[in-house]
Design a protein around this ligand. Sequence first.
Ligand code: ZN
Length: 277
Amino acid sequence: MDSKFFTAVEIAPQTTAIIGLGNELCYLVEGKTKALLIDTLLGVGNLRAFCRELTDLPITVVNTHGHADHTGGNFDFDECYIHPNDIFLIYEPEKLRVEYVKNGIRKSGKNIVLMESDFTVAKPMKTLPVYDGFVFELGDRNIEVITVPGHTCGSIVLLDRDNRIVFSGDACNSNTLLFLSHSTSIEEYRESLERFKLFQPFFDVMWGGHALRPVLGVIIDEAIELCGEILAGTDDAEESEHLGRPCFYGKKRDADFKRQDGKIANIAYDKRKINKK
Ligand SMILES: [Zn+2]
């Protein structure tokens, strides 16, 4: 289903990916009695109204982390679940938001003109804490919280054991950003991944925040390996920049920003944030 602002694609039974204009993703997960909206995109267009067209169930909102491309639409709702370490991020003015959306529209080739009124406006909202092991009970379907600090200190992923899916936000992907002021060190991130890996037997694929294709759980092993190389100083340390900030990529990338060695996981980091303080 499509609207001016959103595209909905069913990726599993009772599980819909919703794609925003910046090509960012969130997921509507339906159980028998409740629906869980995992992230809320950039906040362009009314996501609550769009979700209402997809389900009649009461909708609970949870954020994988506090970045604007995952929480912008929170303000269409009355409350959200988020890890306490990331609450401050949902109120941070995101200068890149407009540019992000415009880039997405340009790449899609769509002819869409945005008005200022299309953007959500931040308002004080009720935030409810999630923690490790927290379970969202949706009737016949349970979704479980696993904390994976790294990209942000309050990053979580959500495990759907019955469907063997993890909704992973930006926690571990082909371009995991660890150089941000509110990211953890590489050493702490590796500890997070080691713990996340304990859950690997319970899922097959991870659906993240920026590509409508799942990645296999083996990406966790690749990311752990790469953290080890960065900690040992034996990674490629490819100089780069992202979001206007200098950083290093653990593995050299080809013209499509993929790893040259064929593996998937890559990490952008700050050399001052490798070891734990
Ligand atoms: Zn993020």
